[in-house]
Structures are given as C-alpha cells and as structure tokens.
Design a protein around this ligand. Sequence first.
Ligand code: ZN
Length: 497
Amino acid sequence: MKKVVVVGIDGGSWNVLKPMCDRNELKGLRKIMEDGSWGFLESTLPPLTAPAWVSFYTGKNPGKHGIFDFVKLESGKMKLNRSRDVKGKAIYELLSDYGIRSVIIALPLSFPPKIDFNGIMVSDFLYPQKEVYPKGSVDLSNYLVSSDPSKIGEELIKDVIETTRSQVELGKRLFSEEDWQFFFILFRETDTILHNFWEEVSSGRSHLLEVFKLVDEFLEWIIERIEDDMTIFVISDHGFSDYEYLVRINKIFHDSGLLEPKIVRKEEASLLETHVKSAFGTKKGRIRIPKIFYRMLMYPKVSTIVKKIYKLVFKGKEVSYLIRVDYEKSKAYVLTPLSSTIYLKEDGDYDRTFHEVLKLLSSLEYQGKKVVKKVFTKNDVYNGDRLSEAPDFVVVTNGFILDSGITGETFERFSQGGYHSLQGIFAAYGKNIRRGKVDAKIYDLLPTILHALDLPIPEDVDGRVLVEIFAEKKDVRQISSEENEKIRKAISKLKKI
Ligand SMILES: [Zn+2]
C-alpha cells in the first residue's frame, strides 16, 4: 500500500541545516539528502507561518484560501484566523474522499477539522487547547503543544527541548500504532529557537543543534521503518536569514498623516495580542504607565523626557494602556509586526493613498541603504475569490523588518538578527525517489503527495506535480471538483454497505 509521510520543520532553512548535515551532525537529514531529492521550497509571499502551512495543505495561494496572516480585520477589530476561515479542501479531506486514512499532528490552522474526515488529528499551537479528533482517541497527557514564549535563555531551551521530546514521542507512537496512508507531523519549536538564538548560526554555539538533533533522530527513526511503497518528505514553511534593522512603518504613516492612533485599555487589546505575541515568540515584559504618558510618547519632542521619567517611576510594572492603530480611521497601516504587508483603506482617496504609500516606501533610506527592494501589489502575488481580503502591498526589503510600532525610534537595530526568508527546505526520500537537486514551491506539495498515492490532482490547485523526483514515471491525472464529488459520494456509499 502506498504511503506518504511529511515531516514539517518550522523555519527550517538550508543555510542553517546544510552545514550541520555536512559535519554529519544530522545523520537522518544527511541520508535523505544523499539518497533522495532536495532543494529549496519557495514559501508564500510574505513567508509567514499561517498562510504558508495553509498553502501547503490546500495547494493554493492565499488569494484562494483566504489566510494572509495569523489574524484578520473584521469591522475594525483584529480577529484570530481559525480553521473554519480556510477556504478550500485540505489534503486530508481530499484523501478522506477516497477512503484514505490520515494522521495529522500539529498542522497550523487545521484544528478543529471542518468535516468528519477519515483519520486522527492532534490540535496545533494556534488552537487554544490541547485536543484530539476524534475526541479521546489518543492519550495526550504527556504531550506538550508549545514552549512558553515568556521564557528566555536557558529556561527557554529547556522548555523547547522538553516540548520537542514530547512531540517526537507522540509522533513515534501514532506512526507505529495507528493505521494510516498519510502521516503529517510538525515540529514547531525549531522556529522558536531560530527566532531566539539566531546569533548562534554564526557563533557556532550548540543550542540550535540540540533542538535540530531531536528532530533528526525522529527522521532516522522513520528511515529505519520505511517500507518499499513509502515516500518521506521533509519540508519547512519558510527559511531564515539575517535582518539588520527594523523600521517602524506605522510611525512613518502616523507622521505623514496616513495613520490615526488610538489608546486602548490593556484588557481590550490583551487576549488576542498575547496569543499573537506567543505565536511570534516575542517576550517583552509589561510595564504599567498612565494613559497620558502614552499620549505624550507620541510627540518626539517630549518623548525622551517622558521616557526618562517613566523609567524612574514605573519600572517593571504592568502596562495599563496601549497605543494601537485605529483601523477605521487610518488610510494605511501595517497590521501585525514582522508581517511585511501594508493595508490601505478602501475609500474615495484610495488611488491617492496608494501612490503616496508607494512614494513613501521607495524613498525610505537608512545609513545610505535603501529600505525597500521591491513592492508587490496584491494582484502581483495573489489570485482567487478571497483577493479582496489581501493586504494591498507586500514589501520585500534589504534586510529591514517592517514593524507595526507607532512610537519609538523610526529605525532601530533588530535585536533578534534573523527572521523568515522566502527559501524554505524541501527533501524527498524513498525507493521511488530519484537522487538530485530540485527546487519546488510550497503549493507543489499537495499535488505531489496525491500523485505519490496514485490519485488525480484537483484542477483548481496552484502547484504542480514534481514529476522529476519520481523514479517511476506515470501520467499526471487531473480531476474537476464535480468529478471528485461523484467519487466521494460513491466511496461513502460503498463504506456504508
Ligand atoms: Zn517564525
């Protein structure tokens, strides 16, 4: 029976992993590279965790599936995206139509499943609780979903290792005990560790290696258990690279009269932001300061004095107010920190705002360096029914992070030093996989997995079958959604008999 295993390494990047493989520190991945196909996996633009994993599991661009970030705006309020917000069929739903059983562990924005699919699903870090579908089908008492983002340094490392160990344990258990033809597991802590310990890539200290080794031991473990008809894919949602500075775009918009700030009570902003922050792995402490101080901080002339006073008086206490964007009144804004996207208000001034923002972005310079490399409009990068929800601009920079902050310095050194890049990793291994280099796109995984399982490819996917990786050549079959629906009905009838 044909089987496919996908191991997701969140944030996995060849500039980090290849040197480790070359030094034979990651034996599993090295074997996969030596005996299989491997290369870059181009992520979504921008390369963000939520849209990228959803593009993986639908085979479609964000303009079709509708997920552009962890969050979205709904009548001026920020809302977290959920699995029900995803448009289009997920890989495990398509497989279920053919009666094929899946095991899905921690796939972002998959939980709760939208339909009663054939298989088991363990919730991901974007779902508030640890849960399994069908309820009670798997014992999750020793399983940890995510490390605690408020931790730093050695404490964080300990937590990340413990979390990853529990995930490896669950992965092994479901791999051997469950019946499946499609198996997916995501190791998410690799991204956490890259965000927090990026400087180790050049300094050569070992925290990064320690975490990647745990994931690699899992790869070695499944390689030992591979069957003749099984294909293993190792992929990441995006890569990682150096970023030197951050630029507070919302502050620039505010200074140009394009953005209206508002001051909100901490309680109003907190729940969602804590969730988003934990998703990003930011871990700043909170400080309490009165509303009036926040208002003053927005004026450059007084802000330095205000900051000094506030440091003296309010050090180390809880924040009670926050400055946020007034989305209803603003003409242009960055929605989330680090997202590289800009949203414009749809009003009579749209064209003027559009050109003003373009001009602003292209003129930005810091220390003799142009900030922006290229600006894409939504029509350049996306297509589909959900295009109207897309950000108006996607910005590619020269090593600058676009920050959503309204206050503070316009430019600042980016302390983490590393952040998401477009080039993720792709590797495939198995008896039916040829050796060699291949460059793929994240949309190609779904059609390629279906092809590996001898199934036809839905017409509306954006990717292609990576035919060059397979030793056995067979025709790529396409199928319309109507035909697919007929098959689903026929198979579900058969199951009832
Ligand atoms: Zn990340």
